[in-house]
Design a protein around this ligand. Structure first.
Ligand code: ZN
Length: 171
């Protein structure tokens, strides 16, 4: 397993560069190496930290430095943190987060080197996506049909109105 020294994200051995920072990845040799688990804020952050501590996994929250201006204005980012765990506890921490529903399987990036069972979650996510996109397609079709009818009505009644108006001028 490799990791990025800057953002602490984990990578597979086959990866060379961090996709976020474009930095060279380093092989993890120390089980205490801090690695990125996930980001969370507010109540969710507290819930995850408590669950990890209950399972004997030491964790640390690192305040995110990069925030969008909208979040800065609303103050939403004030408690938003990256949760960092030691490499040795990563797999268990991941399972704990899946267990409490903080990480939805198939939603987060799953690493090939991991033993976590992912098939069921991934399938459900795909089905959901397909269902959603077909609903969206149907909605678009209905909306464009309605717009077409409105345009026809406008042309027909509009013409009638203009014809009546012109007739009125000359009568
Ligand atoms: Zn990075």
């Amino acid at each position: 397993m490799k990791y990025c020294k800057k953002c602490k994200h984990l990578y597979n051995d086959s990866d060379e560069l961090c996709t976020d920072c474009k930095k060279t990845l380093y092989e993890i040799t120390d089980n205490n190496t801090p690695v990125f688990l996930m980001s969370a804020g507010g109540f969710e952050l507290q819930r995850i930290k408590t669950a990890l501590e209950d399972n004997g996994i030491p964790c640390d929250g690192v305040r995110q430095k990069y925030t969008t201006s909208a979040e800065a204005v609303t103050g939403y980012d004030s408690s938003y943190q990256d949760i960092i765990v030691p490499y040795a506890g990563y797999e268990k921490a991941y399972e704990v987060c899946v267990g409490i529903g903080a990480i939805k399987e198939g939603e987060e990036e799953i690493l090939e080197d991991e033993a976590a069972p992912i098939n069921d979650g991934a399938k459900t996510a795909t089905e959901e996506f397909e269902e959603m996109s077909s609903t969206k397609r149907r909605t678009v079709r209905i909306v464009s049909a309605i717009i077409l009818i409105l345009i026809f009505a406008l042309v027909i009644y509009g013409t009638d109105f203009i014809t009546g108006f012109i007739k009125g001028l000359f009568s």
